[in-house]
Design a protein around this ligand. Structure first.
Ligand code: KIV
Length: 277
């Protein structure tokens, strides 16, 4: 039975110290968020992956801050226990630290998120330090950075070369020092994630980064079988909701066309007729 106590930042570092794994999934709406929260998921991420799985774009780049605020608000209404983290979309934190602060503030104030997530090292380290100073918890994100998909030449594994792995480990350290409370490691070799996890005091949350991270995250639509396009090879499908939804919709359409739904209910119909007198 999952502890129903609200998940707070110190709980995550405590989990790392105790060697307890952290479970994180994405949600984009109230109903899914309620279900994930009921299931005892520790962190619900309103990922900008919403651009791809919910809005049908090919990348996360078209996602706007207004869209993130809108979806974060819906998710926050559905969550009682989990920590709600909202992604800062492309170009909402890179232009200046002031803009980053203002935009992160909207996700917290209007969206109801408890924390925000920023991709990358470098300029994101400075923004992280400023947000943390202002009381806004920040989750970092290194490795495959979907917002830099064009620069990376596609959605492909990162930090395979020693030099790149070294840069990632340095960025991870810098983000921890800037005050990030956790770090997503996406699509990197398991051995690199293992070193990062051992080096850091803050928890690492892996996606396509092997089993050594302090927690794991997946895009919920992928693990539920709702994504209709190809999913990354590291995804485990726990169910096939996509097939179930299509089959249920087909059965409904057949019933409607064959006049099997709705059934005539003599009592209700009689009451309705009586009511019109
Ligand atoms: O947007 C997202 O869903 C993410 C996860 C893949 C970590 O950033």
């Amino acid at each position: 039975m999952t502890d129903r106590k609200q998940v707070r930042l110190p709980d995550l570092e405590a989990k790392k110290r105790r060697g307890e794994k952290i479970a994180m999934l994405t949600a984009y709406d109230y109903t899914m968020a309620r279900l994930l929260d009921r299931a005892g998921i520790d962190i619900v991420l309103v990922g900008d992956s919403l651009g791809m799985v919910v809005l049908g774009y090919e990348t996360t780049l078209p996602v706007t801050l207004d869209a993130m605020v809108h979806h974060t608000r819906a998710v926050s209404r559905g969550v009682q226990r989990a920590l709600v983290v909202a992604d800062m979309p492309f170009l909402t934190y890179q232009v200046s630290v002031e803009e980053a602060l203002h935009n992160a503030g909207r996700l917290i104030q209007e969206g109801g998120a408890a924390a925000v997530k920023l991709e990358g090292g470098g300029a994101s380290v400075e923004a992280t330090a400023r947000l943390v100073e202002a009381g806004i918890p920040v989750m970092g994100h290194l490795g495959l950075l979907p917002q830099s998909v064009h620069q990376l030449g596609g959605f492909r594994q990162q930090a395979k070369l020693e030099e790149d792995a070294g840069r990632l480990l340095a960025d991870a350290q810098a983000l921890e020092e800037a005050g990030a409370f956790a770090l997503v490691l996406e699509s990197i070799p398991s051995a690199v994630a293992e070193v990062a996890t051992a080096n850091l005091k803050i928890p690492t949350i892996g996606i396509g980064a092997g089993p050594h991270c302090d927690g794991q995250v997946l895009v919920s639509y992928d693990m539920l079988g709702l994504s209709q396009d190809a999913v990354p090879s590291f995804v485990r499908r726990y169910t096939d909701l996509g097939e179930q939804v299509a089959a249920a919709a087909q059965a409904y359409a057949e019933d409607v066309r064959a006049c099997r739904f709705p059934e005539a209910s003599p009592r209700v119909d009689a009451d309705l007729v009586a009511g019109t007198k």
